[in-house]
Design a protein around this ligand. Structure first.
Ligand SMILES: Nc1ncnc2c1ncn2[C@@H]1O[C@H](COP(=O)(O)OP(=O)(O)OP(=O)(O)O)[C@@H](O)[C@H]1O
Ligand SMILES: [Mg+2]
Length: 374
């Protein structure tokens, strides 16, 4: 029986746990063609939620066109345009029809055809030549507008924070001016670098100011993990105790990727007689161990004060960090050193401030506790 748990890519269908509220809410925005800013910490399930809503739309024959554009790794306006062109085959998988509809809408842009060797899918990308990007963006946006005149569209720009790093002058402004005219399209802007993405949409001086409603994505609650996990293990005729699932959820602070990672390994263990607590510890340790090289490298990039500040956070559960005794315990001389280190660690997304200061990645936190013998 195939392992239903997965943790290295987005998940949908049976591997996707709950998120019913979020799916309903998202569908409401989509049907009303309202734009959404979907954000969360890394690996919390944004792309999976997008794929699942697209899957639901198709299964329910809602007659809404869907486009999921992965912007990760794009570094320029050209890359943005190329990725979006290449994604158009999601709207029309028949290449002849795609070419026909795209080329009739294009005035100045020539296209290249390419075939993905892995999937055999054909896609189109623009041939830039000496032309300038503004023309390409305009024509691309025109194609999207034309599609949306036939039926509603959802266009999800995933990892949208990449756009903030493009150096082309005025790109965000130009993009905004097109998006504002697309009344039959729901744009989903999705991203994980919280400070970057929220700044793009919340600063009055930025082009995307108030262009989308905020849609923060939380972790999945334990009460949803319990029936979902039980149901999947039930297929192997293994009855999982609710307490065990609660324990796993608590160990990983309800983080979906780590819970999937854990269950992936648990799936292969013989569990007819139940699972021992030694086994549960062993799997947890193996997850920490497997990421230890990555965490060592990260640790080595930190300054001594940042390291001390992480220790300070762990020792004090993220609060009262400026207390004189607390500072002394990690040998930090002044509170201003802590302030400086805290803001660097927040920028690097290693910690978050949520009332208290917390280490964002639970497995990094566990690795630190071990490494620092806390
Ligand atoms: N609804 C869900 N149910 C169960 N597991 C989930 C769910 N959503 C996400 N996951 C788990 O989390 C992992 C990461 O999900 P996903 O790639 O969707 O997150 P993301 O927020 O887009 O990540 P990134 O920040 O890297 O873009 C998935 O591989 C899966 O293991
Ligand atoms: Mg993603």
């Amino acid at each position: 029986m195939q392992n239903p748990f997965a943790y290295s890519n987005y998940v949908t269908g049976e591997s996707f746990c709950n998120r019913k509220k979020e799916l309903t809410e998202l569908l409401k925005y989509i049907k009303g063609s309202q734009n959404v800013l979907l954000f969360s910490h890394r690996r919390s399930g944004k792309s999976s939620l997008i794929r699942q809503v697209i899957r639901d739309i198709k299964e329910q024959n809602l007659n809404i066109g869907t486009l999921h554009v992965e912007l990760y790794g794009t570094i320029s306006e050209r890359d943005f345009i190329t990725r979006t062109f290449q994604s158009l085959n999601q709207l029309e998988s028949n290449i002849d029809r795609l070419l026909k509809s795209v080329t009739t809408a294009l005035k100045n842009v020539k296209l290249n055809l390419s075939i993905d060797p892995a999937t055999g899918a054909t896609s189109v990308s623009p041939y830039f030549g000496a032309a300038n990007e503004a023309t390409f963006l305009e024509e691309l946006m025109n194609i999207l507008l034309k599609y949306s005149q036939k039926h509603k569209l959802i266009i999800a720009f995933d990892e949208f924070q990449e756009v903030a790093n493009y150096s082309e002058e005025g790109f965000e402004k130009r993009l905004r001016s097109f998006i504002q005219q697309h009344s039959n399209i729901c744009y989903i802007f999705s991203g994980s670098q919280r400070h970057l993405i929220t700044e793009m949409f919340n600063s009055t001086n930025r082009a995307f100011y108030k262009l989308a409603d905020s849609f923060p994505l939380d972790k999945i609650e334990t009460k949803y993990y319990i029936p979902w996990t039980r149901n999947l293990f039930g297929r192997k005729n293994i009855h999982l105790n609710a307490k065990l699932i609660e324990d796993i959820a608590t160990r990983f602070e309800n983080h979906p990727m780590y819970i999937q990672n854990f269950l992936f390994h648990l799936w292969d263990e013989p569990g007819e007689k139940g699972f021992s607590s030694e086994l549960i510890d062993k799997i947890e340790n193996s997850i920490i161990e497997r990421r230890s090289l990555e965490h060592t490298v990260l640790w080595e990039t930190l300054s001594i004060n940042q390291k001390k500040t992480l220790k300070l956070i762990l020792l004090n559960d993220g609060s009262n960090l400026f207390n004189a005794d607390a500072l002394k315990s990690v040998n930090l001389k002044t509170g201003s050193l802590v302030s400086k280190a805290l803001s660097s660690l927040i920028k690097k997304e290693i910690i978050v401030k949520n009332g208290n200061y917390m280490i964002q990645d639970i497995v990094f936190k566990k690795w630190l506790q071990k490494t620092l013998s806390l």
